[in-house]
Design a protein around this ligand. Structure first.
Ligand SMILES: [Zn+2]
Length: 304
């Protein structure tokens, strides 16, 4: 298997208020964990290139894209929502984050790699077509899905195991039957948007606070196997958030490191059966640096 590891050091220049949990240290922690893994040299490394304004407008409204392009401050911060702000590096970081996914899709769809993990920030799955929110500016996983559809894929699936609901991804693809969106999330919980919609292509898996390994695995197997087999995607995309971990400070689920090996292995097996194993995974949440680093390493190891 060829697994791409895509990142860019400038994704660490995006910083919000002091002490914000979505910090540059997240990418540093993942980098350190992966470098110490015995399989690190088996990864194929690539440095992301930024997405263009036109490409972002494929899924976000022109007015929102223009607002973000002009929101960048010289010094200090521009607030996007109560949890999300931009410094002078944020636009470039968001463009690189989305660009990583676009590149990954091109490489995987053209069989130059089997799968890919993009270690990028800011995350994306809360960004809706008209608004950024919840630490997210551009919906990178949705842009990656759009790229796949524009370049040959007939159907794609997005699997989101972040502890927060991927409201932006659901909103963007609500009436796009060629995109299956499966999201598992603590409920009731942030952001409380688009978490009760009913569409054949939207598969919602709410999880009670305190959900543990066995409850999580049962729910994912029950909901995602059937949805994937019915949809028969040409590519599987993953919104890989690691904040359902029991050590995460922002949420109340109780997953362990091994659950990220398990869920990645589950997705890998489904993708092997349905689409020659084509997977593009992108980092979303995960805010305890140690747990994030260990969990992301488990995820990448299972992709390899
Ligand atoms: Zn999250």
């Amino acid at each position: 298997m060829t697994t791409l590891f895509i990142t860019h050091e400038d994704c660490r220049l995006h910083e919000m208020v002091e002490g914000h949990p979505e910090s540059p240290g997240r990418l540093e922690a993942i980098d350190i964990a992966l470098r110490s893994a015995p399989w690190y040299n088996q990864l194929t490394h690539f440095s992301a290139t930024p997405i263009s304004r036109e490409q972002v407008a494929a899924i976000h409204s022109r007015s929102y894209v223009d607002d973000i392009w002009h929101a960048q401050p010289g010094d200090g911060l521009t607030r996007i929502d109560p949890d999300t702000s931009m410094n002078r590096h944020s636009l470039r970081a968001a463009r690189l984050a989305a660009g990583a996914g676009i590149y990954a899709v091109q490489e995987v769809m053209n069989a130059r790699a089997n799968n890919a993990f993009c270690a990028v920030r800011p995350p994306g799955h809360h960004a809706e077509s008209l608004i950024g929110m919840g630490f997210c500016l551009f919906n990178s996983i949705a842009l990656a899905a759009e790229q796949a559809l524009q370049t040959g894929a007939e159907r794609v699936a997005i699997l989101d195991f972040d502890v927060h609901h991927g409201n932006g991804t659901v909103e963007i693809f609500l009436d796009r039957p060629e995109v299956l969106v499966c999201s598992s999330f603590q409920h009731p919980f942030y952001p409380g948007r688009f978490d009760d919609v009913e569409r054949p292509n939207i598969c919602l898996t709410p999880l009670a606070e305190g959900t543990d390994s066995s409850e999580f695995r049962t729910a994912i197997e029950r909901d995602w196997s059937k949805a994937l087999q019915q949809h028969r995607p040409d590519l599987v995309l993953i919104s890989a958030g690691f904040d359902a971990h029991r050590e995460d400070p922002l949420a109340g689920c109780n997953l362990e490191d091994e659950d990220y090996s398990w869920v990645t292995g589950f997705i890998r097996d489904q993708a092997l059966a349905l689409c020659d194993g084509r997977i593009v995974s992108m980092l979303e949440g995960g805010y305890n640096l140690d747990a994030l680093a260990r969990s992301a390493a488990r995820h990448v190891e299972a992709l390899l």
